[in-house]
Design a protein around this ligand. Structure first.
Ligand code: C2E
Ligand code: MG
Ligand code: MG
Ligand code: MG
Length: 288
């Protein structure tokens, strides 16, 4: 034990590392009580057809407003939730809350919209994840295909066989699966073919460089072509500018998610966004 302490004691002299660890501990402690204190909420970012007029669904994105630390980014707290095991109850809450939103959409006549949920590798690999999803969806009385589960490539690297098996079971049940942040990991084209995914989400980093760099443009065009060859729906995420949108339209990208159309919105604002689109289309007897 002395040796161990000795070895790690150098940490003590690195103020930035110490600070980082200290903050992580504080945040994790605070994270333990987020559910009982009602500090979490979901925002929903619209996904539209490239024409910008038709909404096909939303992505649910977790928000934490802490009384002590203010607004904390999911990029900061999700890894802490994963490390501490808190991702299980938090992930469960996210799924239940999303299904409640889907149910609300249906009640308002929006039956054919989907809502995508991010799933961390740890959640997916939990032994009862598939049955838990089934229970949540059946309890909410929504259709499985109204839910999209987004997984990142990292899950496949961690344990390919197990992940694929779970994904297949979920797919058989009827939920759609998306490969998130596509292109940022080590996904090999070989296994992309064997994965039970329906949707590819091209990461924002590729979209950012799309307009400025010829090679990057070619890369994005190839990703879309490849995805289509595998019968996948292609979603571009992080689309911010008109030139980016035009290129993606030109390449035949199926779906656009980004600030150009909307930031992630609180539930009420998401519903208002839907209403506004419906009015603009001036469909006299849309869903009621
Ligand atoms: P992600 O799943 O790749 O989500 C897309 C991120 O890009 C979101 O960041 C979204 O707000 C942001 N984004 C979308 N369009 C634009 C744009 O045009 N410009 C810019 N600058 N950003 C855009 P957010 O909400 O901060 O979430 C970050 C990440 O946290 C997510 O990346 C996802 O990996 C993770 N996350 C969020 N909610 C959950 C959750 O409920 N469960 C899990 N496991 N992870 C989550
Ligand atoms: Mg996502
Ligand atoms: Mg993503
Ligand atoms: Mg991303």
């Amino acid at each position: 034990a002395a040796k161990k302490a000795g070895r790690s004691s150098w940490r003590f002299y690195d103020p930035s590392l110490q600070q980082e660890t200290y903050e992580a501990i504080l945040l994790t402690n605070s994270l333990r009580r987020v559910l009982e204190r009602g500090e979490l909420s979901l925002h929903y970012q619209p996904q539209l057809l490239p024409d910008g007029r038709t909404i096909v669904g939303f992505e649910a994105l977790l928000r934490w407003h802490s009384p002590e630390y203010g607004q904390v980014s999911p990029l900061r707290f999700i890894p802490l939730a994963e490390k501490s095991g808190l991702i299980t109850p938090i992930g469960q809450w996210v799924l239940e809350e999303t299904c409640r939103f889907v149910k609300r959409l249906s009640a308002l006549g929006w039956d054919d919209l989907h809502v995508a949920v991010n799933i961390s590798p740890k959640q997916l690999l939990a032994c009862n994840f598939v049955s838990r999803i089934r229970t949540i969806i059946e309890t909410a009385q929504i259709k499985p295909k109204q839910i999209v589960l987004e997984v990142t490539e990292s899950v496949l690297i961690e344990s390919l066989e197990q992940s694929v098996e779970k994904m297949q079971q979920l797919h058989d049940f009827g939920v759609a699966l998306a490969l998130d942040d596509f292109g940022t990991g080590y996904s090999s084209l070989t296994y992309l073919k064997s994965l039970p995914v329906d949707i590819l989400k091209i990461d924002k980093s590729f979209i950012d460089k799309n307009c400025t760099d010829h090679d990057q443009r070619q890369l994005v065009a190839s990703m879309i072509e490849l995805g289509h060859a595998l019968n996948l729906t292609i979603v571009a995420e992080g689309v911010e500018t008109e030139p980016q949108l035009e290129l993606l339209q030109q390449y035949g990208c199926d779906c656009i998610q980004g600030y150009i159309f909307s930031k992630p919105l609180p539930e009420q604002a998401a519903l208002a966004f839907l209403e506004q689109k419906r009015k603009k289309l001036s469909v006299p007897d849309g869903p009621s």
